[in-house]
Design a protein around this ligand. Structure first.
Ligand code: CO
Length: 130
């Protein structure tokens, strides 16, 4: 298993970027936003993995609802997989509940699919094809 990135929900993206770059010496690699998912994001290199900071653009979005309910904090972990179709099929065969039935393009520009947290010990888990 290889951790691709860790997603953290924040209410102030610029403040969070300052925190991670100053406190931990993380390097900001890129920023992205997705109007459909209603969020903006920043990616920071953390060794072989990344930290993905997520700020909702609106309250009525998945990350907006997460922040309202739980406050800022760990949102998801992402696992690198070589073949997303196979990873989804394997997850289904193991009885895991997929949120995304089909791969979609994630903020990294690669194909992703989310597994429901109730299938993975309460942790929202993202498969990322690499
Ligand atoms: Co992610």
């Amino acid at each position: 298993m290889k951790i691709h990135h860790v997603g953290v929900a924040v209410d102030d993206l610029d403040a969070a970027i300052r925190l991670y770059t100053t406190a931990f010496g993380a390097e900001l690699t890129h920023r992205a936003s997705n109007e459909k998912d209603g969020l903006k994001a920043a990616f920071l290199r953390a060794g072989e993995a990344e930290v993905e900071l997520l700020q909702p653009l609106r309250d009525d979005t998945p990350v907006g609802k997460f922040l309202a309910k739980r406050g800022p904090g760990l949102h998801h972990i992402a696992v690198a997989v070589p073949d997303i179709e196979k990873a989804i099929a394997d997850a289904r065969a193991d009885g895991l509940e997929m949120i995304d039935q089909e791969p979609r393009i994630g903020l990294h520009g690669t194909r992703i699919a989310f597994i429901h947290p109730r299938s993975v010990g309460g942790v929202l888990t993202e498969l990322v094809e690499t």
